[in-house]
Design a protein around this ligand. Structure first.
Ligand code: HEM
Length: 307
């Protein structure tokens, strides 16, 4: 049988590819004879994915709660994927960066829009019951959420607002980490002591977070933006949107869910692990801002009040 020139050219390229690594391409060709066809279920790992929902109660709405958190964690992973691409890109351009940040914004917009699944999509009575079976776990312990913050900006912007002035430009990450803003969200209302939620979280992740912040100190999203020295309007706009999406819009819809489920009865507060979430979760109070340098004084002044 005569082989078509296209096939011959492909074979030559394959031979070159495998020869470059000292391997025999003919054996790989033979392997193709026996290799199975790819299936959707193997590739997407549907069986594994759908085996990961393990309710702690038999209350039906708990499954919604689990799956929506899992969906969110996947979106967080998508956001981190883009942030890492920005961090390592050689010859970074404003165009490349804008495209990636636009993707990140799209993911967060989807999360903000779909949060109605949490706010309106579960029965309050059911939530208050199954939530008690999940103590002291909290979304507060989402490591990827913290990683997004760490890759987004200079670490000083994650230091509690009352402590920022106490650190100079060369402050070590581990010193600043002692004053990280989120500690304020995990102290007990009654005693002022660290909650067990925070103690567990720190035991598992502090070292990872400090290493990550050190690794991205010079090439987090903000540093990469600065390195471009760009006045590109689309990029600036995309960065502003990202700041609003992560630090105002998502926190606002998230807080709405807390308001729906936890507002009335002091007993309900127990379902949060006893934290002062009303104060802590509110964007104008928390004032977490990744890129204060690109906002005007009046925009900073009214942070979290206009979105
Ligand atoms: C009915 C739904 C939800 C309610 C009532 C709720 C409630 C709360 C509360 C009260 C806090 C403050 C910390 C604490 O007291 O534990 C918190 C923190 C947090 N939750 Fe949720 N949450 C819900 C859904 C979610 C979902 C779906 C995610 C997605 C991963 C999530 C992620 C977070 C994160 C990242 C924090 C820390 C926020 C920060 O430090 O600014 N939550 N949540």
């Amino acid at each position: 049988m005569e082989l078509k020139p296209e096939i011959l050219s492909l074979l030559e390229k394959l031979e070159e590819k495998y020869a470059a690594t000292g391997q025999d391409y003919q054996s790989y060709l033979e392997g193709l004879l026996y290799a199975d066809f790819v299936t959707y279920w193997d590739y997407i790992q549907t069986d594994t994915l759908l085996s990961l929902q393990k309710p702690r109660t038999n209350i039906p709405d708990e499954e919604i709660f689990i799956m929506y958190h899992q969906v969110t964690e996947l979106y967080f992973k998508l956001v981190l994927h883009e942030m890492k691409q920005i961090a390592v890109k050689n010859h970074l351009t404003a165009e490349f960066m804008t495209a990636r940040i636009t993707r990140m914004n799209r993911y967060f917009e989807t999360l903000t829009r779909s949060f109605a699944i949490m706010i309106d999509g579960m029965e309050v009575e059911q939530f208050l019951k199954f939530r008690m079976a999940l103590l002291p776990a909290s979304g507060f312990q989402s490591a990827q959420y913290r990683m997004i913050e760490i890759l987004a900006t200079d670490f000083i912007h994650l230091v509690g607002k009352d402590y920022r002035d106490t650190f100079g430009p060369d402050a070590s990450i581990s010193d600043m980490y002692q004053k990280i803003y989120w500690k304020a969200g995990a102290t007990e209302l009654a005693t002022g002591k660290k909650t067990h939620t925070l103690i567990q979280f720190e035991q598992k992740y502090s070292e990872t977070f400090i290493k990550l912040a050190e690794e991205f100190r010079e090439n987090n999203v903000w540093r990469r933006f600065e390195s471009l020295n760009s006045k590109d309007e689309a990029l600036l706009q995309a960065l502003k949107e990202f700041d609003l999406n992560v630090n105002v819009r998502w926190p606002m819809v998230h807080m709405k869910s807390a308001a729906r489920y936890l507002k009335k009865d002091p007993e309900d507060i127990k379902a949060t692990g006893g934290t002062n979430w009303q104060k802590y979760l509110s964007p104008p109070v928390q004032r977490r801002i990744f890129y204060p340098e690109i906002w005007s004084d009046s925009e900073l002044e009214s942070w979290g009040r206009r979105i």
